[in-house]
Design a protein around this ligand. Structure first.
Ligand code: NAP
Length: 354
C-alpha cells in the first residue's frame, strides 16, 4: 500500500474501532495509464475512519489520548512537526506536579506518550495538509492519506515567536529561552535581557527579578504595549531597567556555546552597542498553530480557537480544542494537560450520543 503513514500491523489491533476503506473516488484509484508518451500514475489513498482523532502530541494532545484510550475509543494521534510539543525544547521542568526533583521536558513527554500507547492510542507522524469539518465524518488529510473521524480534538499548540537570528537558534537552551517561568531559576544572581514590550515580556521580567541580579527589557519602541498596571509595576521595580528603541542584532557567543552579551541596534541612529548578559528571554508573542483551520471553525482576532464557556467544544459540535491553541493566557504544560483531559471527556460524551 503506497504512502500509508499508519502501517497495517499497528492498525490491526484497532480493527474493532477502525473501519478501513480503500478510497473509491476516482482520484484515489491506483492505476497506471499511458496516454501517448505521457505516463499517468494515480496514487492509492487509504481512507481510515476512527471514533476520535487528536491533532497534536504536546501535553494537551497526549493527555486527551490517555483519557480517550481509557474510554476504549482507540484514538489516533497525529503528532505533527514537533512531536511532544514545546516541552521537548525545555530542559528541566520543575513546576509540573508530581516530580519533586524535576523532570526534563523530553522525559515528561516520553512518559505521556508511552502512557497513551499503553492504553491503546495509536500515534503517527505526518503533516496535516487540510481538514474538512463541514461534513460528517470529519476529514483530516495527512500527506497522502485521508483520515475520517466522528470527533476531533485539536491540540496543535502555539509557536513562540523567535527573533530569527542564527545565533539565537544555536543558543536556545544555552542561555536563550522562550519561557521565563520554566528557566528563570537557572539565572540566579545573573544579568538577563528580556526582549519585547507586551504583557508577557513584563511578566517575564518581573518573574526573573526573583532570581536575577538585573533584568533589562529591550524594546523596539519607547512605548510599551503591555497593560498599564504591568507597566507601572515593572517601571517601579528597582531590578528592571529598559533599553528603549533597540532591537537585538546578535547574541554572543556562539563559539563559547553560551550567552555572554547581546549586540543592540538603535532603531533610529542604527548605532550598534554591546551589553553584557548571561541570558536572553525572547517574549515577542505567540502564534497559535491554526493556519489550516481558517474558515473551518471560529477563531478569535489573534487566531486562537474559540471554545464554548465551561467546555472545550469549538463552534463545530464534535470538534474540540485543548491546550495553547485555544489559550492565549495561561500557556502552561499543566493547564494544557488539564484542558486535554476536559476535551477528551467532552468528546466521550459527544460520541456516546451520536
Ligand atoms: P504581544 O502583546 O503581541 O506583544 C509582543 C511584543 O513583542 C510587542 O511589544 C512587540 O512590539 C514586540 N515584538 C514583536 N515582534 C518583535 C520583533 N521581531 N522584535 C522585537 N520586538 C518584537 O505578545 P505577548 O506579550 O506574548 O501577549 C500575548 C497576549 O497574551 C496578549 O493579549 C496579552 O495581553 C496576553 N497576556 C496577558 C497577560 C496578563 O494579563 N497577565 C500576561 C501575558 C500575556 P510592538 O509593541 O512594537 O509591536
Amino acid at each position: 500500500m503506497e504512502n500509508c503513514v499508519a502501517d497495517r500491523a499497528t492498525s490491526a489491533r484497532f480493527l474493532d474501532n477502525v473501519h478501513e476503506n480503500d478510497a473509491v473516488e476516482n482520484a484515489s484509484l491506483a492505476f497506471s495509464k499511458k496516454i501517448g508518451n505521457i505516463s499517468l500514475k494515480k496514487r492509492r489513498i487509504r481512507v481510515m475512519t476512527r471514533n476520535l482523532i487528536i491533532l497534536g502530541s504536546g501535553p494537551a494532545g497526549l493527555t486527551a489520548a490517555i483519557y480517550a484510550a481509557r474510554s476504549n475509543r482507540a484514538p489516533l494521534v497525529i503528532e505533527g512537526i514537533q512531536p511532544g510539543g514545546q516541552l521537548t525544547i525545555t530542559a528541566d521542568v520543575e513546576n509540573y506536579p508530581g516530580f519533586p526533583d524535576a523532570i526534563t521536558g523530553p522525559q515528561l513527554m516520553d512518559g505521556m506518550r508511552r502512557q497513551a500507547v499503553r492504553f491503546g492510542a495509536e500515534i503517527i507522524s505526518g503533516n496535516v495538509s487540510s481538514v474538512d469539518f463541514s461534513k460528517r465524518p470529519f476529514v483530516i488529510n495527512v500527506d497522502n492519506d485521508r483520515h475520517e473521524a466522528s470527533a476531533v480534538i485539536i491540540a496543535t499548540g502555539a509557536t513562540a515567536q523567535w527573533l530569527g537570528l542564527e545565533s539565537e537558534k544555536k543558543l536556545i537552551g544555552k542561555g536563550v529561552s522562550g519561557c521565563a517561568t520554566c528557566d528563570a531559576f537557572f539565572f540566579r544572581d545573573q544579568n538577563v535581557v528580556v526582549v519585547g514590550g507586551g504583557d508577557t515580556a513584563l511578566e517575564d521580567a518581573m518573574f526573573l527579578t526573583k532570581f536575577a541580579k538585573m533584568v533589562t527589557v529591550v524594546h523596539r519602541r519607547d512605548e510599551l504595549r503591555a497593560t498599564k498596571i504591568l507597566q507601572d509595576r515593572a517601571k517601579s521595580n528597582p531590578k528592571i531597567k529598559f533599553a528603549w528603541k533597540k532591537v537585538v542584532d546578535d547574541i554572543l557567543d556562539v563559539k563559547q556555546g553560551k550567552v555572554t552579551a547581546v549586540r543592540l541596534k538603535d532603531v533610529e541612529s542604527k548605532n550598534i552597542s554591546e551589553m553584557k548578559c548571561d541570558g536572553v528571554f525572547v517574549a515577542i508573542g505567540y502564534k497559535p498553530n491554526t493556519e489550516l483551520l481558517k474558515g473551518q471553525i471560529a477563531l478569535d482576532e489573534k487566531g486562537y480557537i474559540v471554545t464554548k464557556k465551561s467546555t472545550m467544544e469549538t463552534s463545530i459540535p464534535g470538534v474540540f480544542a485543548a491546550g495553547d491553541v485555544q489559550d492565549s493566557y495561561y500557556k502552561q504544560a499543566i493547564t494544557a494537560a488539564g484542558t486535554g483531559c476536559m476535551a477528551a471527556i467532552d468528546a466521550e460524551r459527544y460520541l456516546s450520543v451520536v
